[in-house]
Ligand binder design. Structure first.
Ligand code: IPD
Ligand code: CA
Ligand code: CA
Length: 252
């Protein structure tokens, strides 16, 4: 493990412990938008991660604290992905940390504190869960696949389009889940638990680590049109590989 990966794993797991200590306790919840909320735990977890990553001297962009503008090499951090779940006591949330160089993730860590799972990847060295090397699923038929997605906090026409896509996939696949942590959704595609994932409107901190996990596990990540994924792309389609074409056609 390189020092950067080791530092990201340690920071994510320590933040996970902080998050779990506050899980199920009284929280101050602040509205960011119609359905978008943030708790003091989001901010506390980000402060902790920033302190742990600081000795490496690489700028940090965090969902809550911003930063990293214009840097070629930076950490991109979502200190708590799945805040709505966390605040409601639904145990699906994660910590996501990626090291990004010239727009591409080179280190990615997604830590799930409630299941005590840490998914990690380094470019060129595979994706791992503990001692197990991760491999995306071999499934080739959409009808036999288990997919996941999420919905942006934005309502209006974007939500209507997303609901229509959800409906199409529900007809075409074995089942579709909507767990509420995009970083976990992507880690599960890498682990072969989900065969594919799509969502519109995600931000760099939601996807940077999971993107690398999927690619290093042998899967594919693009936008809905099949163009190479970039941080800042409006939509993301991640799959095991064989199902990419069928998923693209369903999204179109
Ligand atoms: C959210 C989660 C959710 C996704 C939303 C994200 P947050 O992140 O990843 O699964 O559907 O679009 O904003 O706000 O809990 O960090
Ligand atoms: Ca997030
Ligand atoms: Ca978050």
């Amino acid at each position: 493990m390189t020092p950067a990966l080791a530092a990201a794993v340690r920071a994510a797991e320590e933040a996970g412990r902080l998050i779990l200590r506050r899980y199920g306790t009284a929280l101050t919840v602040r509205d960011k938008g119609v359905a978008d909320i943030v708790t003091e735990v989001d901010a506390a977890a980000e402060r902790l991660i920033r302190r742990r990553l600081a000795p490496l001297g690489i700028p940090v962009m965090g969902e809550e604290g911003g930063g990293g503008e214009g840097a070629d090499r930076l950490w991109i951090v979502d200190p708590l992905d799945g805040t709505v779940n966390f605040a409601h006591g639904y145990p699906v949330f994660s910590v996501s940390i990626a090291l990004v160089e010239r727009g591409r993730p080179v280190v990615g860590v997604v830590h799930d504190p409630t299941r005590r799972e840490t998914f990690r990847a380094e470019r060129g060295h595979g994706a791992w869960l503990g001692k197990k090397r991760l491999k995306t699923s071999p499934r080739r038929r959409l009808m036999e696949s288990l997919l996941s997605t999420g919905f942006s906090y934005q309502r209006g026409s974007l939500l209507e389009r997303s609901l229509r896509r959800f409906g199409r996939f529900h007809h075409a696949a074995r089942a579709v889940r909507r767990p509420g942590s995009a970083a976990i959704d992507l880690a599960y595609v890498a682990a072969g638990r989900f065969d594919g994932f799509w969502e519109t409107g995600l931000k760099p901190w939601d996807v940077a680590a999971g993107w690398l996990l999927v690619e290093e596990a042998g899967g594919r990540v693009s936008d809905y049109a099949g163009r190479p994924y970039r941080l800042g792309s409006v939509d993301i389609l991640a799959s095991n590989g064989p199902l990419h074409g069928a998923m693209r056609r369903t999204l179109a």
